[in-house]
Design a protein around this ligand. Structure first.
Ligand code: SF4
Ligand code: SF4
Length: 181
């Protein structure tokens, strides 16, 4: 037997729509108000935040932005790296490959004959920079990393030294004479 009583039932009349409501006019006007007044009038504010890359570049914090790597030069223009492998050991992405050799200079034991970083494998964590005892490897404010093949994105010693030349004015080497060379 049902527990419902007649008073529990509420009958609702279907509202009569006006002609405008049948044509969705209130909804169309409401939508246009949102488009014109809210979005179009705010467009100027949005435009100020949009950067038209590559014609325009965003400004990054030069001191600590972790972009493309560079291999620093010492004061005599030689590669500052002493091929100690600390950066490659610290790298969690295993993207640094170094081949060391006996140094041709009397002020250090070794230097890198080959130094490569796979910029596509890198996660830009900065561990290599932290691990380097002579501040020879650093991350730079460069963020436009573009290439058409994987091979092209493996930066060798010469490319990494070129990046030092490109960025040294913008971001000077942190400790240029940390080990005296
Ligand atoms: S930034 Fe991190 S992932 Fe990239 S090379 Fe350095 S240690 Fe490896
Ligand atoms: S870049 Fe620094 S940590 Fe890496 S091998 Fe050279 S000296 Fe060692």
């Amino acid at each position: 037997m049902s527990n419902w009583k007649d008073t529990d039932i509420v009958e609702v009349d279907q509202p009569e729509l006006t002609a405008a409501e049948r044509l969705y006019l209130p909804q169309i006007v409401g939508g246009m108000k949102t488009t014109v007044f809210r979005h179009l009038l705010r467009k100027r504010v949005r435009d100020e935040k949009v950067v038209q890359y590559p014609e325009q570049k965003v400004t990054v914090r030069k001191e600590n932005y972790r972009g493309v790597h560079r291999l620093n030069r010492d004061e005599q223009g030689r590669v500052a790296c002493v091929a100690c492998f600390m950066c490659a050991t610290a790298c969690p992405a295993n993207c640094i490959h170094i081949e060391g050799a006996e140094s041709p200079w009397p002020d250090r034991e070794k230097y890198p004959v080959r130094f490569e970083i796979d910029e596509l494998r890198c996660i830009y964590c900065g561990m290599c920079e932290e691990a380097c005892p002579v501040d020879a490897i650093e991350l730079t404010p460069l963020y436009h990393l573009v290439g058409t093949s994987r091979e092209e994105m493996i930066f060798d010693k010469e490319r990494l030294l070129e990046i030092f030349d490109e960025t040294k004015d913008e971001k000077p080497r942190k400790n240029p004479s940390i080990t005296g060379y």
